[in-house]
Design a protein. Structure first.
Length: 156
């Protein structure tokens, strides 16, 4: 898999520089605005770096999870959410405290799973309620989950 990631990194070299650093004012994507305002590189930086959120967090827990498939997907998604500055989440949250709360909640569920081997459905439901109440989207993290699943199938 390292060969695949190395090829991907070569293909995307300069993505941040060419797409974010050179973006001018005017009609900017949420990711471009977040780069200008917060210095976050978003999915472009993740891509250029070889998807470290997938390689370091999503894939290891996905591969090792001894859970039914849906819960296995959830725990990998939560591991990604816990470490991802998801541009969709940031755009909708409108405040960094809420982003931090979502990441912390996700990390607590992951930690609890690692300690007990079970998915804490009460905490998960509270996190889902928080996201629904604030109309939050974790679409970027969900995209990284899809890549996690794809890579796991590819290396099997």
């Amino acid at each position: 898999m390292s060969d695949l990631i190395n090829i991907e990194k070569q293909m995307t070299t300069g993505l941040v520089k060419n797409d974010l650093e050179k973006a001018s004012t005017g009609l900017l994507t949420a990711g471009q605005k977040q780069f200008q305002q917060l210095g976050l590189t978003g999915i472009r930086g993740e891509t250029e770096a070889g998807f470290p959120l997938v390689i370091e967090y999503g894939l290891p827990i996905y591969e090792s999870a001894q859970l039914p498939q849906n819960e296995r997907n959830l725990i990998a998604l939560l591991a990604i959410i816990a470490h991802n500055y998801d541009s969709n989440l940031i755009k909708r949250a409108h405040n960094s405290d809420l982003v931090t709360q979502v990441q912390t909640d996700a990390q607590q569920i992951v930690t609890n799973y690692q300690e007990t081997g079970r998915l804490d459905k009460d905490r998960l439901e509270k996190l889902c309620d928080k996201c629904a109440t604030h109309n939050l989207s974790l679409g970027g993290s969900a995209d990284l989950l899809i890549l996690t699943i794809f890579l796991e199938k590819l290396i099997k």
